[in-house]
Design a protein around this ligand. Sequence first.
Ligand SMILES: [Zn+2]
Length: 138
Amino acid sequence: MEQIKPFVLPFKEVTEQTIKKLFPKVKKLKTPSLENIEFREISYLGWLDKGSNKKFLIVEHNGKLVGIIGDYTPSNKKGICALCNRTEEIGMFTSAVKGATQDAYIKRGNYICQDSQKCNHNLISLDKLYDFVNLIKA
Ligand SMILES: [Zn+2]
């Protein structure tokens, strides 16, 4: 019998064009291979550009797709992921967050899974994922 996945929301189908639109400032954007992704089974799309050590995340937030980019430094020990709340192979994801004034940015770091696909499978609630997006996109 097919296992029921009540918390999984259908993620909008993302194309290469969508990704480019979400990260307009990124030159030489490397998109993940989308043909292997089951969009019905993911709550966010995440991939690492090993060349620049940037991690890209696409999350659906308030009915819109949001692109988040951050520097990513893999950690050599396991820890708790800020998105799925499970003990996994993690890394520090650092992104610029808008500060109190318009031009002020503060750097904010969170440990998140190295393997975004596994992270998606671990997600049983989207609360932490949305908290994370709210923090960055506020
Ligand atoms: Zn995770």
